[in-house]
Design a protein around this ligand. Sequence first.
Ligand code: ATP
Ligand code: ATP
Ligand code: CA
Length: 220
Amino acid sequence: MAAESKQVAVIGLGRFGMALCHELNQHGAEVLAIDINEDLVRKAADHVTQAIVADCSVEDTVSELKLDDYDIAMVAIGDNVNASILTTLILKESGVKQVWVKAKDRYHAKILHKIGADRVVMPETEMGQRIARIMLDTRIFHYLELGSGLAIAEVVVLTTMMGNPLSAHPCCQGQHTHLLALKRGPELRPHPDKDTRMEIGDILIIAGPESELSVLLKRI
Ligand code: ATP
Ligand code: ATP
Ligand code: CA
């Protein structure tokens, strides 16, 4: 992860926001952690660059934070939808480059998209979907015969492969098989770099001769 120079503000230090802070910090990002709850800010302080108590649904407070230098701000306020929406609006106007928001449900997500959130995540829903795939451990998610002995397969990356580069995956080592795309959450990355590290829930879309695919798929 090329996070060394990234400056990220995390607003809301619930389980999600706190985990985000830890992970960003571990990967070398510069993290500003904010919450209205003093105890949570104190808890976060050891793991981030700066931790402050502030109400981000108040415009003047946010302008004092000078977030225009930041690459990304994550609004991780879950239950208080009003505060989440207000904070998103204010952050969009504050000059921060990208505003990402955690949504409670799809209606909340819809509103966030309409007011200009750059990215909306629904961790509970997305994680439920990912965990289901891991539980089933289906490996081959979809298989589509293209005729002429060719096929496309969607392959679920197993937990044992996590953290390794794509080049280490058997499906990326075929002579005549091509990695068309990497599906990560709702995002489709065409022709991903083979150095990309695999994450939980990743799906590889590969195409090639069925004869070779069947050999590769037995190795996963
Ligand atoms: P979890 O990730 O644990 O599921 P959650 O999604 O249920 O959390 P909440 O607990 O509702 O989210 O909110 C997360 C945090 O956001 C809380 O610690 C809360 O104090 C903080 N918070 C709420 N409103 C604001 C605000 N206006 N400014 C800053 N922080 C806020
Ligand atoms: P989310 O995934 O939305 O964050 P949550 O982790 O906050 O959910 P809850 O909403 O507290 O979890 O509970 C999840 C579901 O479990 C609820 O729909 C609730 O009705 C159900 N539930 C709670 N107790 C029981 C029980 N004893 N038996 C069966 N279902 C239960
Ligand atoms: Ca929650």
